[in-house]
Design a protein around this ligand. Structure first.
Ligand SMILES: [Zn+2]
Length: 274
């Protein structure tokens, strides 16, 4: 039987292991972009936009090709105010090329239809460090939706509040893999960290007038776009919805227009050309 003293040491040893686990930073499992796609490499360099009160930077976490089509970059957006930092989305996991990354019902589909190109330059945490951003400085992560290419680094960004719409979180919980989310999405997001999950309940204190969330259900049940008010006009982060390809008569387009004039916004897309 374990003595009280031994139990004590065991407890501290376990605590130590857990803290190591929490601090673990996964390395990229590389799969370099083939020569024919080298033009995409330019996205590995963060692109900076200065909007006066806020600086916005693209961070490329890798590239996805579906059915052997031309690959698309997968961006995370960094918003830096004078005294606060926010992220939009959490990118492609550095482990996405691990043979056991996808499991369950949809594993076959992800493995056969998708190709992921990542190099060490695409590591989100390292790119943040190079931009002099500590993960402990990040106030909130806005998730446009819960697909695998938007939540990849969440396990490495523990302790940071996540904003997701109620509709999207319900869709993950009730439909899961049947709605196209990877197995274990609930675990990856870690629902216990979601303090605010709806735009109407969002409390960002002084940022309330600067950042707002528009629910734009289309790509997924509770997809959201993030609207940013800057000194130089409005910026709309459109997630996975490419507004330049949507007709002005489309229901979603009209729904957004009720809240903001799209033509007056700088549109920043998660996967498109910059
Ligand atoms: Zn996506």
């Amino acid at each position: 039987m374990l003595s009280k003293k031994n139990l004590h040491s065991l407890f501290f040893a376990l605590l130590f292991c857990t803290s190591i686990f929490k601090a673990q930073v996964f390395k990229i499992i590389s799969n370099e972009l083939p020569e024919k796609y080298q033009e995409l490499k330019k996205y590995d360099t963060p692109k900076k936009f200065d909007f006066g009160n806020v600086k916005v930077t693209s961070i490329c976490t890798g590239y996805i090709s579906t059915n052997n089509n031309f690959p698309e970059p997968v961006f995370v957006w960094l918003m830096q105010f004078k005294d606060s930092v926010f992220l939009i989305d959490a990118g492609l996991s550095p482990q996405v090329n691990s043979p056991d990354y996808f499991s369950g019902l949809s594993a076959g589909f992800f493995k056969s239809d998708f190709k992921f190109y990542l190099s060490k330059n695409n590591h989100l945490i390292q790119q943040l460090e190079q931009l002099s951003v500590k993960t402990s400085d990040i106030k909130t992560i806005f998730l446009t939706h819960a697909h695998f290419d938007h939540i990849g680094y969440l396990p490495q960004l523990k302790g940071i509040k996540v904003v997701l719409t109620v509709k999207e979180s319900e869709s993950v919980k009730t439909k899961g893999q049947l709605a196209g989310y990877q197995k274990n999405t609930e675990k990856i997001i870690d629902f216990s960290r979601i303090e605010v999950i709806d735009a109407s309940q969002m409390k960002l204190k002084k940022y309330n007038s600067l950042i707002s969330v528009l629910q734009t259900s289309n790509h997924t049940a509770g997809h959201e776009m993030i609207l940013l008010n800057t000194d130089k006009g409005k910026v709309l982060f459109t997630g996975d919805i490419d507004l330049s390809k949507i007709s002005k008569t489309n229901k979603l387009y009209r729904q957004i227009e009720k809240q903001v004039s799209i033509k007056d916004c700088v549109l920043l897309f998660n996967h498109g050309a910059l």
